[in-house]
Design a protein around this ligand. Structure first.
Ligand code: ATR
Length: 279
């Protein structure tokens, strides 16, 4: 009998990662003989870690901060999302070939589809932030052919860079011009860390948004950020950040362990309880 597949999440630090809880739940639920381990690898040791993956017998794993760009550079083959986003968060082998993908865009889209059907019929989106998470969101919005995407970031150059990378539907704008440019928008996505526990609040007047707008926040600690609370208060449809975390884990699990897991309410509650317990 083949050895039980072993997968990992690698980062530095890694103690905060909830991925072991997610994958461990699915392994137990489906009664799969396999393991998912947390590995703390410093940047200086990452390339030798990657070189040793195959001989160490790993089926693959997840990659998180600060290694996603190094993983992008290290793999031999990449999926289309990783190419577009410029970062790899999932590793697996095809034969002996190390492959890298990015499942963040998939995770965002799958959660939006599940909780806000029709969201991608939006005609005008506003995206806040221009970091790694913004790349995954922009990739999704461009793939879904949202015709106009206003992109605002504290550091305007980063927004301009992303507009150059993701194409003509992206309009990089100054943060100060947001009130006018949000007028009539039917989708707002926060990809910044504003509103996260311990960070400043995202202070934005939501009045200009369309009454039919969907507001999504990738921050999930707290589960209801001040932005989502304000959107709910204004009667808008809201989507929290936790579902993206849950859904982005699905494709990796299927690759390493051979069965496609399902994001259930029970799983969500396990992670929610953990977040509440620690925040
Ligand atoms: P991630 O990979 O999670 O997106 P990141 O690449 O560090 O992380 O990006 C964080 C995002 O939050 C950026 O858009 C950042 O704005 P800058 O590009 O100007 O740094 C934004 N951000 C973080 N703290 C912020 C703050 N206090 N005010 C405004 N934007 C902030």
């Amino acid at each position: 009998m083949a050895d039980a597949p072993r997968a990992f999440v690698v980062g530095h630090p890694i103690a905060q990662s909830r991925s072991p809880m997610l994958h461990g739940h699915w392994l137990r639920q489906m009664d799969i003989a396999g393991s998912y381990e947390r590995l703390d690898i410093a940047p200086a040791d990452f390339s030798s870690f990657i070189r040793g993956l195959h001989s160490a017998g790993w089926a693959g794993g997840n990659v998180t901060i600060p290694h996603k760009e190094a993983a992008f550079a290290a793999v031999e083959r990449r999926d289309a999302a990783a190419e577009a986003i410029g970062a790899v968060n999932t590793l697996w082998f095809e034969g002996e070939t190390l492959c890298g993908g990015n499942t963040d865009a998939y995770g965002f889209a799958a959660h939006m589809d599940a909780t806000a059907p029709g969201w991608s019929d939006a005609s005008q989106a506003v995206v806040l932030g221009a970091g790694g998470a913004a790349r995954a969101i922009l990739h999704t919005l461009v793939e879904r052919r949202i015709p106009r995407i206003v992109l605002a970031n504290r550091t305007p150059d980063r927004a301009r860079d992303l507009a150059g990378r993701f194409g003509a539907s992206i309009l990089p704008v100054a943060w100060a011009d947001l009130p006018q440019l949000m007028s009539g928008a039917d989708l707002l996505v926060n990809t910044t860390s504003l509103g996260m526990k311990g960070q400043p609040t995202l202070d934005l007047d939501l009045d200009p948004l369309s009454d039919a707008a969907t507001v999504s926040d990738i921050v999930y600690v707290p589960l209801e950020t001040p932005l989502l609370e304000a959107a709910r208060g204004r009667g808008l449809r809201t989507v929290d950040g936790l579902g993206m975390l849950l859904h982005q884990a699905v494709p990796g699990f299927e690759r390493w362990f051979g069965r496609r897991p399902v994001v259930t309410q029970a799983l969500r509650e396990i992670i929610e309880n953990d977040i509440r317990g620690k925040s």
